[in-house]
Ligand binder design. Structure first.
Ligand SMILES: [Zn+2]
Length: 271
């Protein structure tokens, strides 16, 4: 049996139970967005850069961090969803057509699942599409507030990056920050990360499909352990995956998601 048929069979066998797709940076490389801890030379998430996606760095050098995020945001804004994102949307539609449950949990902040049309979607690390106030307790800050990035005029900062031009909260005048989970923060810090929903989804998923995730981020470990303990099938689609330890019952499919997923969905759609 080909890997495509193997995956299609597992999807059919999930019945109306929850199919949980968990995506990481690898799903967006075909859209031209450098990977998270990738091997490609353009990867911006090198160790030296990981210290920039921290609240500590924001506090020490907000101008430096804003400049860095604006560069990331512009790469994301220039990107388009690829065949893998579109296949995930078709899989959602297929599963819902048989009254089944479906959810995408993405670690990516690139907004590409949303732009492709995914509806049941949790952006567990936040999104480039929104910003928030850096002052917890502000209506536009943690634990529940945020505002659309497009509603904020970033042009003065882009033209002349400085503390004076740094974007400020329209409610309280504190600095704004990226609406993303920094490496030195917790999922529980903002309700938009919907972490309790992610945990409950993992606890009842019939099938889990990881796409382009390195398993180096906390949430994937949790999901693998939760589903693994319940004996539910797990697949990982990643052409560059390192072998996983034998005690982790994940079936690894080493093929590009932008090819494997559309082929799988085409088989399902043919019925
Ligand atoms: Zn504020």
């Amino acid at each position: 049996m080909s890997v495509v048929e193997q995956l299609a069979d597992a999807i059919r066998e999930a019945g109306t139970g929850l199919i949980l797709v968990v995506s990481g940076a690898g799903i967006s490389t075909a859209s031209g967005i450098p990977t998270f801890r990738g091997h490609d030379p353009g990867a911006i998430w090198k160790d030296s850069d990981m210290s920039k996606a921290t609240f500590d760095y924001f506090r020490r050098d907000p101008v430096g961090q804003w400049s860095w995020y604006l560069d990331r945001f512009s790469r994301v804004d220039d990107a388009e969803p690829n065949a893998a994102h579109h296949a995930v949307v078709r899989l959602e539609e297929w599963q819902q057509s048989r009254a089944g449950e479906f959810l995408v949990v993405t670690q990516n902040i690139d907004n590409l699942h949303a732009r492709a049309g995914s509806r049941e979607l949790i952006e567990v690390h936040g999104t480039s599409a929104r910003l928030r106030c850096a002052r917890p307790g502000c209506a536009l800050g943690a634990p529940r507030g945020s505002l659309p990035r497009e509603s904020v005029d970033l042009q003065p900062f882009v033209e002349s990056p400085s503390l004076e031009t740094l974007p400020r909260c329209p409610e309280c005048d504190e600095f704004l920050r990226a609406h993303v989970l920094f490496f030195d923060e917790y999922y529980q810090e903002h309700s938009d990360y919907r972490f309790a929903e992610v945990q409950s989804a993992a606890a009842r998923a019939e099938l889990m499909i990881f796409v382009g995730t390195s398993f180096a981020v906390g949430v994937t470990d949790l999901l693998v352990q939760t589903a693994g303990a319940r004996g539910r099938p797990m697949f990982s689609i990643d052409p560059h995956a390192a072998p996983m330890p034998a005690w982790q019952p994940v079936i690894q499919l080493r093929e590009p998601a932008e090819e494997l997923l559309p082929e799988t969905v085409a088989i399902l759609e043919r019925g």
